[in-house]
Design a protein around this ligand. Sequence first.
Ligand code: HAM
Length: 424
Amino acid sequence: MSKPSAFAAPKGIPDYVPPGSAEFIAVRDGLTRPARLAGYGHIELPIFEDTGLFARGVGESTDVVSKEMYTFADRGDRSVTLRPEGTAGVMRAVIEHGLDRGQLPVKLSYGGPFFRYERPQAGRYRQLQQVGVEAIGVDDPALDAEVIAIADAGFRGLGLDGFRLEITSLGDDTCRPQYRELLQEFLLKLPLDEATQQRARINPLRVLDDKRPEVRELTADAPLMLDHLSESAKSHFDDVLRYLDALGVTYVVNPRMVRGLDYYTKTTFEFVHDGLGAQSGIGGGGRYDGLMAQLGGQPLSGIGFGLGVDRTMLALAAEGKTAGTPERCDVYCVPLGDDAKLRLAMIAQQLRANGIRVDLAYGGRSVKGAMKAADKSGARFALVLGDRDLADATIGLKNLGNGEQQQIPLDDAVATVGDLLDRS
Ligand code: HAM
């Protein structure tokens, strides 16, 4: 047993170590690929930003901002926050670099770690990995459908099928304020506990998301945004659904959907996986037509999503599927003696320069130990070199698949291995 380390990763912060890390890369890349095919350019965002950006962008009343941010003063006494999500940062960068003055929509994709001080549990981490896209500056239902179809294709491309897409419309400036009032009026008449009443006063929509059966029952007849959409929000939503139908993206309309971030308007969606227990959201997003103006930019619309890489990995496991193959090498070098090791190190370098994956048994292992390592490495061929072979200018080339071994001229090793790997 290995000695326990004096340190452990902070609570709720996952490591991604081999061989499982190969799946992490495959999932991240798999979720990103459909965005590349649709012309989304990569944006690499800072890990931390001015705290005010998230307070203003995500919303002061959200759990994310009020309870979950990693906020600290830097050495210059500026309040900074580890990014809890990507959309606000993308907006800031788009405004700062004037991308909104070029061709619209601005289509961007990003990925990486985000930080939320949530109570850790299965599928809920304090450092979470997302792949996201944002499409800014065009309020076209066809674009909403594109964004949703990209997320759907990302999950399906990895082989997932045990999820559903839930979708609704949260209305716009012209209908949401009235609806909010209507809902508030309805909720405040109910015999709700003090904390829930308080929530109804601050953010009534969130009460609709309450999972307690008694609250569910009380709010069963609550007015729904979908029944109070303005003409234009309604026709936008109908068009999004028409496009999704045409693109073969299946969905269920969930008029009670509530998202944890305040910036959403109109189309809002979530991908929910049934095999994950409480943390079932594998991705979500929507429109945020007022966000850019709120952050000091032009009044441009936007839509995007964030897909959870960690939860997608859990979803794959729940479906008994895997993605990616652990890194392995093509050739494993077994030196028997110091001079042989030096020569093999040189051969390994030449092979790698030719794009061949090569590893070497370091540390003066026994022949038996080194050959075992060769087998375990997954390599197709082993190059075995002893000091006596060096004197003869030959090298042993072993096919690890069938166990056949032959001596070949040492000077031909790089070319021969290259030919063999090319041909097979
Ligand atoms: P979000 O719904 O807060 O949206 O997060 C997106 C996804 O990140 C979730 O569906 C989930 O899979 C994953 N996720 C969130 N929190 C955790 C956690 N603590 N542990 C593991 N996974 C987690 C956003 O972040 C928006 N920025 C998405 C967006 C982009 N909307 C428009 N554009």
